[in-house]
Design a binder for this molecule. Sequence first.
Ligand code: BTN
Length: 237
Amino acid sequence: ILYFSSVGSTMDVAKEEAKKNASEGTVIISNKQTSGRGRFGRKWVSEFGENLLFSVLLYPEQKMLSSLNIVASLSLLRAIQQETTLLPTLKWPNDVLLRGKKVGGILIETAVLAGRVKYAIIGFGVNANSDPTQVPEISEFSTSIANELGRDVSRETLFESVLVQLSDLYHSLRGWMDARNQWESYLETIGNHVRVVWGNEVEEGLAEGVDHDGNLILRRSDGTTVTLSGGDVTLKV
Ligand code: BTN
């Protein structure tokens, strides 16, 4: 964990660390950002020492990238649940809400080169002890944990809790991906012409591969593809 008093953006510091091949799980946390950013190029403004501003550097497989939204937002939701009596919910894809107002935002920045993930950085901005009612631009749709609880929350405890949840979820996803990839490597169906029957339906074509969830991708003779979640497969010779 690299702690800073003030940085431009923890995302950029994390990116520099990635270029230096820093370990997976390196965390950059700062009490203040001078150019904090949100999704869609928006600014993320937070006064010194009030909130949680941090980025986590990961080196996932490409197939895991689409799951990082889920892993990140769920880890923040679980941490708030664990450390407070509040009942957070989610707004797709990754905002964390309290009583319908945004309490935390997540920014994921990735670099992929020739099918290989160079890095993925998950940035968390959590309104812990700030008072968004005092900031006219965001007061209508933002809140903080302190505002909802009626008292300050320990940023240290919340930070630790998010990291524990993130680590748990990320490793279980990684474990699941390892199993899925091993399963795929043993599939002799791929690359063969097959006939798939389920109920009254029949599809024939080239078994091109399996998608992220293990569904079979079949290319029909007319060039179109169909994704099948089950069925009885026979090889066509
Ligand atoms: C959003 O738009 O909802 C995402 C906001 C993400 C803000 C965090 S604060 C820590 C990290 N550093 C940044 O510059 N942005 C993210």
